[in-house]
Design a protein around this ligand. Sequence first.
Ligand SMILES: N[C@@H](CCC(=O)N[C@@H](CS)C(=O)NCC(=O)O)C(=O)O
Length: 209
Amino acid sequence: MKLYSYWRSSTSYRLRIALRLKDISFETVPVDLLAGGQNEDNYLSLNPSGGVPSLVLDDGAVLTQSMAMLEYLEAVYPTPSMIPSDPLDATMVRAAANIIACDIHPVNNLKIISALKGLGHSQGQTVTWINDWMLQGLQSYQAALPQGTMFSFGNTPTVADICLVPQLYNAHRWGTDLSSLTRLTEIEARCLALPAFASAHPDLQPDAK
Ligand SMILES: N[C@@H](CCC(=O)N[C@@H](CS)C(=O)NCC(=O)O)C(=O)O
């Protein structure tokens, strides 16, 4: 498998964690988002949305959209599981993951921030924008968690944690005030103690700068 990705991309980070958790070997193909690699014709032919990640399977099939890719990996490589088998539990996990994937990430994506700057907003204003959406979404995520679990849901990581840890990486990077979110930072520390999460960290990727 080839994972087209960018070291600091949180959606790419989700895929790296899942692939490592399931012990699936893959090759990293860097796409430099700051140099516009996502908008070059050869990349757009893989992923017409101009975003990373894209996953090219050994038979040449191209998968896009990180949440759909996580579902694919779970279906084809079910062990260890990252989505509970009980439909109600699975829905709770997916709902928390989607707070990050649908409510936080899209409004903070590079192309949105560039568009805000194009409309005349300053760097300071866009950082305030990023942090406002991040805090609001992460507070909702924390409120959605059951009490007393080691990870977001239960005692093993799920797709919710796989979305949470990359989002918290962004939160640290942009200086989001996490003082009201200690449950999340405790879960983050437990996740990062696991080799699959630790080895997926942006700083350890071949294209890290
Ligand atoms: N919903 C897509 C989003 C993909 C996406 O936009 N990824 C970001 C990086 S985290 C990106 O490539 N941004 C490029 C840009 O905004 O130009 C997914 O989950 O895969």
